[in-house]
Design a protein around this ligand. Structure first.
Ligand SMILES: Nc1ncnc2c1ncn2[C@@H]1O[C@H](COP(=O)(O)OP(=O)(O)OP(=O)(O)O)[C@@H](O)[C@H]1O
Length: 440
């Protein structure tokens, strides 16, 4: 079956890596006469592939297999008897009529997740959940934070670790949109019993981006029941959300409190050192040689999220490959010029002052004034520390921009804010939100 790997290669170039990993890689292909049969491990994968990729797959098969005929079915290729592993306990239980096969992307593991201050707790929580799935100490586990910070990575890592220690474990990964569309379809087809049963049969449910349920009352209600059934059955639930559920408008109060009833852990944007380490680790993973100064350059300029950082690295690697040039700092500056400029331009000191003033409900002139009341002094320090963190300006330049303050005042502000981030949860939250706002 040569055509499918070639199609997959093309699809990998056309769609985001995470989507390819979640939906296309789990497919198994075989030939039946003129038809390419694609086996999806479960109904979620089948539906997603049918709705989003099938048209393109047909075109590619027409090209590579000589016939666009394709049948998309739930199932798997029969494994050769000689190498079939002995069934683990529970492995043979049916899932939607076929042996359960998860749709976890095996690429994401704890080993290739770079740990730093921003994600240490999240990593530990996911790891513990994987060691003792269903344990009340971390069930449900909710990982929340901004986009592209590694929540899905950790979720997959936990699922993969569960299956590594117990291959019979039925772990299902579902994006919230899919839960929604599968439910709508089940409602239309009056097949809700089957829909519900799918979830009762899993040992762990990983559900991504639950903020998507906001404003969708019927879906929330259904999810609420699914959630309770899993929870009562001591099945592990891991969820991600782009913010703490209490802050998501349009989620029902009882669901909000249920979601946060186990262990909820924030994933914050990584600091500079962690960003640099991530670049090095991703480069090593893909076999790209990247000098330290280039990793530092990327880490310094690309603060908003790891996905963009990875994107920049991929662009560099592709360009180096294409031109045959080595990746040097000059090459990186040149190749990523527009990208780096765009990041740079959006963040100036004036912009930071305005964003911080708006955030705390102040006027810019208050922020710049000499008044030292705490309600002004703290936001002012936050703004100065942000200017140091997010721009290239020196301490004296930042001091100047804050109504001619001395550089030692700025330095003191930076230190103070760094210390407070360790001890003051509210300040840490403000800081991360502001970084996110400014990096958008
Ligand atoms: N600490 C880390 N170490 C290694 N890779 C990381 C780390 N953090 C993020 N990544 C990588 O960044 C990319 C985006 O991460 P991921 O998809 O998990 O983000 P997310 O938080 O789930 O975002 P979203 O809310 O947009 O779905 C992935 O390729 C992931 O491997």
């Amino acid at each position: 079956m040569d055509a499918w790997p070639r199609c997959l290669e093309r699809l990998e170039a056309e769609f985001p890596a995470e989507d390819v990993h979640a939906w296309l890689k789990p497919l198994q292909a075989t030939r039946r006469d003129d038809t390419t049969v694609l086996y999806a491990p479960n109904a979620f994968v089948r539906d997603e592939v049918r709705d989003r990729y099938l048209e393109r797959i047909r075109e590619l098969l027409g090209h590579f297999a000589g016939s666009p005929e394709v049948a998309l079915e739930i199932g798997s290729l029969p494994r050769p008897a000689a190498i079939a592993p002995a069934p683990a306990p529970g492995a043979a239980r049916a899932f939607g009529g076929v042996e359960f096969q998860g749709n976890l992307d095996g690429h994401y593991s704890f080993d290739n997740f770079v740990e730093g201050r921003s994600n240490q707790l999240g990593r530990a929580a996911a790891w513990h959940a994987a060691q003792k799935p269903g344990d009340r100490a971390h069930n449900p586990l909710l990982l929340y934070g901004g986009t592209g910070l590694g929540k899905t990575h950790l979720m997959f890592a936990a699922g993969n670790a569960m299956r590594a220690s117990n291959p019979g474990m039925r772990v299902l990964y579902v994006r919230s949109e899919q839960f929604f569309s599968a439910m709508m379809k089940a409602l239309q087809e009056k097949a809700m019993d089957g829909f519900k049963r799918q979830f009762q049969q899993v040992d762990a449910l990983l559900i991504d981006d639950i903020q998507f349920f906001a404003g969708k009352d019927r879906t929330q209600e259904e999810f609420f029941h699914t959630f309770n059934a899993l929870f009562d059955g001591r099945q592990q639930i891991i969820m991600t959300c782009d913010r703490f559920p209490r802050e998501v408008d349009g989620l029902e109060p009882r669901l909000k409190s249920r979601l946060a009833s186990g262990l909820s852990v924030p994933i914050d944007p990584p600091d500079f050192e962690t960003r640099a380490q991530i670049v090095m680790s991703k480069a090593a993973e893909r076999g790209t040689e990247i000098p330290e100064d280039v990793a530092f350059l990327l880490a310094k300029k690309m603060r908003s999220n790891v996905r963009d950082l990875e994107g920049a690295l991929n662009t560099l690697a592709a360009r180096a490959n294409f031109t045959g040039r080595p990746i040097t700092e000059e090459f990186a500056q040149e190749t990523l010029r527009d990208l780096l400029r765009a990041q740079q331009q959006s963040i100036g000191i004036a912009n930071i002052q305005k964003t911080v003033a708006d955030y705390y409900g102040l006027q810019i002139k208050d922020l710049l004034s000499k008044r030292r009341t705490r309600s002004l002094a703290r936001p002012r320090q936050v703004a100065m520390a942000l200017a140091k963190e997010l721009t290239e300006h020196s301490l004296p330049e930042i001091g100047d921009a804050f109504a001619g303050r001395d550089h030692t005042t700025v330095l003191h502000a930076c230190r103070q804010i760094r210390t407070l981030q360790e001890t003051d949860g509210k300040l840490r939250e403000d800081w991360n939100k502001l970084i996110r706002k400014l990096s958008e």
